[in-house]
Design a protein around this ligand. Structure first.
Ligand code: BGP
Length: 471
């Protein structure tokens, strides 16, 4: 292994940022787009509908020009499945196909590599009606969708991500609006059956990508948080290993090595919840190989031993701890500060997570999300002062440099988010972008784009290839 003691980012490092279709585009039911599960869910009280969002559907050229001004080497966005296939399968919506050609061409015009997420929380509603991922037909529909994407955009798009945060859809799906499991006898089994089907769909699509788009690179995009034991009490260590396996390794072990993590499997067996595996399924899993690992990182998690008497926490989101009775119990980390929304901040944990993922899987890593949600304010004329975001990102980039020195092979960094958009469950006012969108939760104002202080800062970071992190 060659250690990069100079701590420099590689010359071709992919600096950029991320969004997802249902959170940024708006235009959710126009130009032939079919509804997704996000469009039919009841939005959390006090948060806006998804009909406008940042209106990127109409303003993509302006947005990409701003990303080019920041010097982006890549833009991670997702393609809305039901904009391409309004019913999830079958009839193709040509206007949707054209929209993504336009978006991709606009990126390429400025030398920005599109990094395409194929599925980011927005399963077509028509597929949810047939049982979503519990129905094996959804696997076929995903492969059909992927074939269209590879056919249409394969000559233009080199980097693909399969499924965003499959682990969060499995662990906290009802909070992010993706859960389709109704009243069933063994909900855990139903959940992990869906999960198995999603893993199969991902494996099939990774293989298909390599067959149809020679030279393209594809990888998964789970949300990975290294899990710390609350103390060195041995029982806490077992709890941390349990949660690491259930939250993190299940997804990457399968994507990279094609096997079920043994700790997770044993836990599912204990609960009579192992998925039914059909002959041939595991061969499909094994035959698929990602070229890199994409993952979203916001913070680490900390757990302690659970005696099984707590109740599970239904308010847990992607980052707030969850209780899994008998498995682990989340506690807050006394060494970590929190964002305004209660998410812990742990840059050194970022280095630890990168080291761990690279040691386990030996594949190049691209960070597909990392960032800070805050109540930014437009002030001083047309300015947004967001020193807290610069501070957060700088600390994480510094730790990423240290991880490179440690020997981790990093290929890119895409914080969340390129531009303000709608949060998964906390509305528009929870802002993450480098670009401010002038709207409130319910008042659309003029949707004007304003460069935040972090915009100018990130531009310098990219221009210096990560060397100049000063304000
Ligand atoms: C990730 C999701 C994104 C995004 C981000 C921030 O889990 O992939 O879609 O929303 O988290 O989360 P939130 O919007 O809940 O603050």
């Amino acid at each position: 292994m060659i250690h990069n003691k100079e701590r420099r980012f590689p010359n071709n490092f992919l600096w950029g940022a991320s969004t997802s279709a249902y959170q940024v585009e708006g235009a959710n039911l126009i130009d032939g787009k079919g509804p997704s599960v996000q469009d039919i869910k009841k939005v959390p009280e006090g948060t806006s509908e998804l009909d406008v969002c940042a209106d990127q559907y109409h303003k993509y050229a302006e947005d990409i020009a701003l990303m080019a001004e920041m010097g982006f080497k890549t833009y991670r966005f997702s393609i809305s499945w039901s904009r391409i296939l309004p019913k999830g399968t079958g009839e193709i919506n040509e206007k949707g196909v054209q929209y993504y050609h336009n978006l991709i061409d606009e990126c390429l015009k400025y030398g920005i590599e599109p990094l395409v997420t194929m599925y980011h929380f927005d399963l077509p509603a028509a597929l949810a009606e047939i049982g979503g991922w519990s129905n094996k037909k959804t696997i076929d529909a995903f492969v059909e969708f992927a074939s269209i994407l590879f056919y249409e955009y394969g000559s233009k798009v080199k980097y693909w991500l399969t499924i965003n945060e499959q682990n969060m859809m499995t662990l906290v799906g009802s909070l992010i609006g993706t859960s389709t499991i109704g009243d069933v006898e063994n909900p855990l089994k139903a959940l992990y059956q869906e999960n198995h089907h999603m893993l199969l769909a991902q494996a099939k699509v990774m293989k298909l990508c390599h067959e149809k788009v020679p030279g393209a690179k594809i990888g998964p995009a789970p949300n990975i948080s290294l899990v710390y034991p609350a103390t060195c009490k041995p029982e806490d260590m077992i709890a941390a290993q349990n949660f690491n396996a259930i939250r993190n390794w299940l997804y990457l072990d399968m994507a990279v090595y094609g096997y079920y993590n043994p700790i997770v499997w044993s836990w599912l067996e204990d609960n009579d919840a192992t998925p039914d595996i059909e002959p041939g399924d595991m061969d499909i899993m094994k035959a698929a190989k990602p070229d890199f690992i994409g993952f979203n990182y916001y913070s680490t998690a900390t757990v302690e031993y659970s005696d099984g008497t707590e109740t599970s926490d239904t308010k847990a989101d992607q980052q707030k701890g969850m209780a899994m009775p008998g498995i682990c119990k989340s506690v807050s980390n006394p060494y970590a500060k929190k964002t305004e929304f209660g998410w812990e901040i742990d840059p050194i944990g970022f280095r630890a997570t990168l080291r761990e993922v690279y040691s386990r899987y030996h594949l190049p890593i691209i960070i597909t999300e990392n960032g800070l949600g805050a109540y930014d304010k437009l002030e001083d004329g047309d300015k947004v002062h967001d020193p807290y975001r610069i501070f957060y990102l700088r600390n994480h980039i510094e730790q990423m440099k240290l991880a490179i020195e440690d020997g981790v092979d990093m290929m890119g960094y895409c914080p969340w988010s390129a531009i303000d958009l709608v949060s998964t469950h906390e509305g528009v006012v929870k802002r993450y972008g480098f670009i401010y969108v002038n709207r409130d939760e319910f008042d659309l104002k003029d949707l004007r784009r304003v460069r935040k202080d972090s915009f100018y800062w990130y531009k310098k970071v990219i221009a210096s290839n990560g060397e100049d992190l000063a304000d």
